[in-house]
Design a protein around this ligand. Structure first.
Ligand code: GLY
Ligand code: MN
Ligand code: MN
Length: 469
């Protein structure tokens, strides 16, 4: 893979986003957007800083300790860390408020140390204050403090905002449909991740052929190496490298378990590149050959994934790929005898009773973007009032269903069916402890979808071929 350098997007991209946001705030409103806090890992060592996705989406600014204020007319103010030679020697160069307006295309910038002093003044005479609800610890309290300071000035003629609104609702909708720049970054992130998967598969087979002790962490290291050497800042989430039975633990993390010939390995890992996630899962035979029972289950999951891919296109509902997957898996579980038709009935019965759930207990996908489980409502906004109720056949709980989101070009989602077979008396022993998931990243198009993660194959013959010497 070539390591092409890619230009950072110009400040105008972020200015356009801020203008689109401002146009939705209503009159006399102001939006407050903090970035993420720095977090201590232990004592005085911090976790690698990751900016808040909303903040970065609107500014492209990656420093910690910063805030954006955007008014209805689009006027944007940044609060950021002031220049400080001593701190910069330890922590790195800061942009600083003097250089920020030109560098970021914003209207004004102040040191973040002046935030509490300036904010009440900026909220004065506004009618609405927007900020992300329930996402930043303590933010509600700070807004409250600023509003109290405004109210204290009412006797001098100041008007205090009367309504507070959740900024997530607006920004989630904007982020749900990706622009050309975002799609380009996501394609590149997926390509890097795919090549990490290929390398991990090949390393696994090579080490086993050489008679070496292979551990899950060896493959984790291979993924990380490939991510970082192509410029990814970090994995987009904790990598899952699961040998054998560990694959049946859905949130397993790469650990030190040995990987043995004859077992399957499930890797769910994707890099984050310039703020965008990828999310790929492959399940391969440790020594490069699927056994017959492994292959039977693998082929079933692959067919279920293909059905979901075929159901992913603009105009379809988000839930349709999941329904297509469940249908194929349910039929396959009956055909393979994992579900006994004398007990569970027909495929329609299996779907209605959710009898498949013991082998397939998660959804077939989620939005993908800056966050691996990206923001965006799964309900069609114009139809939220259309509620139907049903009783869940397994838990007995009352579920409220609302119409599923209608897919549009530029939305990105994962397609990730799986099967997880735990030991049980009523399950043929040959299937015990097999866990399989196949996950790809898709961009919705008018005609269907573009799979951006297929530089690592899913076809079992192709996987076996790339693992051969
Ligand atoms: N890696 C998390 C997920 O697949 O959703
Ligand atoms: Mn996923
Ligand atoms: Mn995943």
């Amino acid at each position: 893979m070539s390591q092409a350098t890619h230009a950072a997007p110009g400040a105008s991209l972020y200015a356009q986003r801020r203008a689109r946001l401002a146009a939705q705030l209503g009159p006399d409103a102001v939006a407050i957007v903090p970035t993420a806090p720095e977090r201590l890992r232990n004592r005085d060592s911090e976790f690698l800083f990751r900016f808040d996705s909303y903040f970065h989406y609107l500014s492209g600014f990656a420093e910690p300790n910063a805030w954006l204020l955007i008014s209805s007319d689009g006027h944007t103010t940044l609060f950021c860390q002031p220049k400080d030679l001593e701190r910069e020697i330890w922590d790195g160069i800061r942009l600083g408020p003097e250089a920020a307006p030109e560098a970021l295309g914003i209207d004004a910038a102040f040191p973040v140390t002046e935030l509490d002093q300036r904010l009440p003044k900026m909220l004065e005479n506004k009618s609405t204050v927007w900020y992300p609800f329930a996402t930043h610890q303590g933010l509600e309290g700070r807004v409250d403090t600023w509003l109290k300071a405004v109210r204290a000035r009412v006797r001098y003629g100041a008007l205090c905002p009367e309504s507070q609104r959740d900024l997530c609702a607006v920004l989630d909708e904007m982020r749900l449909v990706k622009d050309a720049y975002e799609l380009d970054v996501m394609r590149r992130a997926a390509r890097i991740s795919a090549s990490g998967h290929v390398r991990a598969m090949q390393l696994c087979a090579r080490m086993l052929r050489a008679g070496q002790d292979v551990r899950e962490y060896h493959l984790d290291a291979e993924l990380l190496h490939e991510f970082r050497r192509h410029g990814s800042q970090s994995p987009a989430y904790g990598s899952i490298v699961a040998a054998g039975a560990n694959a049946c633990v859905l949130h397993y993390r790469a650990d030190n378990a040995p990987i043995r010939p004859g077992e399957l390995v499930l890797i769910d890992a994707g890099c984050e590149l310039d703020g965008y996630a990828s999310d790929i899962t492959r399940t391969f035979p440790a020594n490069g050959r699927y056994t017959a029972p492994q292959r039977a289950l693998y082929d079933l999951v692959l067919a279920a994934q293909q059905a979901a891919i075929d159901a992913t296109r603009a105009g379809a509902r988000f839930v349709e790929p999941h329904e297509a997957t469940v249908k194929v898996l349910s039929q396959g579980l009956l055909d393979l005898g994992l579900l006994d038709r004398h007990k569970v009935g027909s495929v329609e019965d299996v779907i209605a009773s959710r009898a498949y759930f013991r082998f397939y207990m998660h959804r077939t996908g989620h939005w993908l973007g800056m966050d691996v489980h990206d923001c965006g409502s799964y309900v069609e906004p114009g139809e939220v009032g259309r509620v139907s109720e049903r009783k869940d056949p397994l838990s007995g709980e009352l579920i409220k269903d609302r119409p599923s989101r209608i897919l549009q070009p530029g939305m990105c989602l994962t397609i990730e069916p799986g099967l997880y077979v735990r030991p049980a008396d009523d399950v043929a022993r040959e299937y015990w402890n097999i866990g399989i998931r196949i996950e790809d990243d898709a961009i919705v198009t008018h005609e269907g979808c573009e799979l951006i993660s297929r530089d690592v194959p899913v076809n079992p013959d192709e996987i076996e071929a790339l693992m051969r010497p």
